[in-house]
Design a binder for this molecule. Structure first.
Ligand code: SFD
Ligand code: AMP
Length: 624
């Protein structure tokens, strides 16, 4: 497009994303870059102060091992994650993050993040691994350190990365566009670190119509990491391992503080506690069902069984939990004081991290010390850093990884020079905000080393860049050329608007791929139909149209969601067992099958042939 300026930036290391992992990458890369004369550039689609999943803040740091206090070991953490993921995890990666995560948390404290302390000056734990924080400005604090380390001259905010650039089998950079100005960006780099988060709104959310946009996971993470790595030809892993969080209904307030800190129960409408009444069901999912804590998907599953039997709604018994703690505080005066304290902690939990839940409480006259709140299983999300596991298949560290998991540089994907961290790297769940930051640091150190050892700048094909520019800006052209055909800009015989496109994608995923409406259940035939419909959607994606730059971003977000969807459907289809009931159920293979399926399901899209490949990779345990 003539009125679009092309801006070229040549750098050594390009960090795509500005969230927790990218901020970790920025501080570490800046440190090593200075020593090695390396240029580092960071690009975020939004403003780093409030971008990504931590935009609203958080009320807990969910990964802290506590090694200096002798509380836990890295081995303990590996066992915890392995148990929670029903045996499917890259122990080398989990271990590597666990041994570094505490130092990230100590840095946060140094930068001014208020972490709760008890009267002895020790961190206040929410649970074994979780620390309570005053976290409404968590992201601002972490971003400030990253910005200071890199310098604003090296940071591009509000630039949306779309596509990777390749030089043969090596990464060569990335292209994208500004969401505010008519500028097309070409970043040429020796190494690229992908940290663009996970994906939401691939599935139809529970909140539709007037509630659209409310979800647990922030609507602005649209599968950019998965798309970028897939399009670069990287091997992906655990694409079937979605995350379904149980959340306070409609406001999506997290439950961790209630279950762990306040020790609340969840009961059905008849007062039954599904974790007690359905205990026998856990035998079917042994050994994981019988371990502690019960895996997140199985906790979901027991609650879902109540719902399927017509015993809903399920309630978080906030009133019971608060009254119980308050009454154990001593005499009446002490109990009253404790009650006030708990009341304010309950509100702060949401005000720090999911403000909309606090608003919903206020709007619906809920006082948590008096009235229980409904909870429900949310729609599926892709967030490999939490209790899902989807992401790219990356090399482990040399000292921990078995040879099958090691190919030269820690956290490098199977594409030379492309590194991944946070939600972008797979099979290393439960890293959360702190572990993602730590993993960003690990990956950045390795990426700088890669730049030092691979000094030649990869070649970027100018014709390919022009082709990408045309393709990426096409939705604007299409709108201009056809807008007069109809009086409603959203309805036109020659194009489809991104919102309609997204609804179509969500309907396919919801109905055929084990979404809310299908009660999280699917089978081979439903999945094959989903693939057929996704194929047609892919054809129609060429007709996406955008009225302005904002809508252009929406177009590409939804193309990215569609690719995440396809990787997901292909992976659930390939894994012929049910391993994570409560996340999804394969009705045609209703049992766990360790003999054939205690393996990673990996997939790859080949940029040369446009074909998908699916394969198994072995689980190699490093912790007894
Ligand atoms: O309780 C592009 N998480 C929690 N972690 C905790 O440690 N404690 C909690 O209390 C947590 N809770 C929680 C959490 C998440 C959410 C959504 C809620 C509550 C409501 C999980 C963490 O937040 C999560 O693990 C990390 O943030 C993961 O880090 P990372 O870096 O992988 O993702 P990101 O922070 O979302 O950042 C993504 C960045 O990419 C940018 N981006 N940039 C350029 N071009 C594109 N195309 C891009 N697409 C995306 C984004 O702008 C962002 O900068 S609790 O519920 O569990
Ligand atoms: P959530 O708010 O559900 O994201 O949970 C925050 C943290 O607490 C995560 O580390 C969860 O795995 C953990 N968690 C939440 N609920 C429970 C529970 N019932 N038992 C054990 N761990 C939990």
């Amino acid at each position: 497009m003539a009125d679009f300026q092309t801006v070229e930036v040549t750098t050594d290391l390009l960090i795509c994303g500005g969230g927790m992992a990218a901020c970790g990458a920025a501080i570490e890369a800046a440190y090593w870059a200075k020593k090695n004369n390396i240029k580092v550039t960071l690009v975020d689609k939004a403003a780093m102060d409030r971008s990504g999943a931590v935009a609203m803040g958080l009320s807990a740091i969910n990964q802290y091992v506590g090694i200096r206090d002798g509380e836990n070991t890295c081995e303990d953490y590996v066992k915890y994650v392995r148990q929670d993921l029903m045996g499917i995890t890259r122990e080398d990666l989990v271990y590597s993050i666990a041994r570094h995560v505490d130092s990230t948390v100590h840095l946060y404290e140094k930068w001014g993040l208020p972490i709760w302390k008890d009267e002895k000056g020790n961190y206040v734990h929410e649970g074994r691994w979780q620390l309570m924080i005053n976290g409404e400005s968590y992201k601002v604090v972490v971003a400030e350190a990253a910005k200071n380390a890199l310098g604003m001259d090296n940071i591009y905010e509000r630039v949306f990365i779309v596509e990777p650039l390749l030089d043969g089998d090596r990464i060569a950079g990335a292209v994208g566009f500004s969401v505010r100005e008519n500028k097309f960006y070409v970043f040429k780099a020796k190494a690229v670190l992908v940290a663009m988060g996970g994906a939401v709104h691939v599935f139809r959310p529970r909140s539709v119509g007037e509630g659209l946009g409310r979800a647990w996971y922030p609507p602005w993470n649209s599968g950019s990491s998965a798309y970028f790595t897939l399009k670069a030809g990287a091997e992906m892993t655990c694409q079937e391992v979605r995350f379904i969080p149980v959340r306070f209904k409609d406001g999506y307030g997290p439950v961790g503080a209630w279950f762990l800190l306040f020790k609340a129960r969840a009961t059905n409408a008849f007062g039954g506690d599904y974790m007690v009444e359905r205990k026998d069901e856990l035998n079917k999912w042994a050994p994981y069902g019988l371990g502690k804590p019960v895996p997140a998907n199985l906790r979901n599953w027991l609650g879902m069984l109540d719902i399927f039997e017509g015993k809903g709604p399920i309630y978080m018994r906030t009133e019971e939990a608060i009254q119980k703690i308050a009454s154990s505080a001593g005499d009446e005066k002490a109990a009253k004081k404790k009650l006030k304290e708990l009341e304010s902690e309950a509100w702060e939990d949401f005000l720090d991290m999911t403000i909309s839940q606090a608003i919903l409480w206020a709007a619906t006259n809920v006082q948590p010390e008096e009235k229980a709140s409904e909870i429900a299983a949310a729609e599926p999300y892709f967030i490999g850093s939490h209790s899902g596991a989807s992401g790219a298949w990356v090399s482990g560290p040399e000292d921990l990884a078995p040879k099958e998991y090691f190919w030269g540089y820690t956290n490098m994907a199977t594409v030379k020079g492309m590194f991944c961290a946070g939600d972008a790297s797979g099979a290393s769940s439960h890293k959360f905000s702190s572990g993602s930051h730590a993993e960003g640091r690990i990956a950045a150190k390795a990426a700088v080393k890669f730049c030092v050892e691979n000094k030649d700048q990869p070649k970027v094909d100018g014709a390919k860049v022009e082709e990408l520019k045309k393709k990426i800006l096409n939705p604007l052209e299409l709108f201009e050329a056809n807008k007069k055909l109809s009086s409603d800009p959203n309805i036109n015989p020659n194009f489809i608007k991104p919102k309609m496109f997204m609804f179509r994608l969500q309907k396919i995923m919801d109905e055929y791929s084990a979404g809310v409406v299908a009660q999280f259940s699917t089978n081979k035939y439903l999945l094959e139909r989903a693939l057929e419909l996704l194929g047609m959607l892919r054809e129609d994606s060429e007709k996406l149209a955008a009225e302005d730059l904002h809508e252009l971003m929406r177009c590409w977000e939804n193309v990215q969601r569609m690719w995440q969807a396809e990787a997901h459907v292909r992976s659930i289809h390939f894994r012929e067992e049910t391993r994570w009931p409560g996340y999804y159920f394969r009705a045609d293979y209703p049992k766990m099958d360790d003999k054939n399926w205690k393996v990673f399901v990996n997939c790859k899209w080949d940029p040369k042939t446009g074909k998908w490949e699916m394969y198994k990779r072995p689980i190699i345990s490093i912790v007894a």
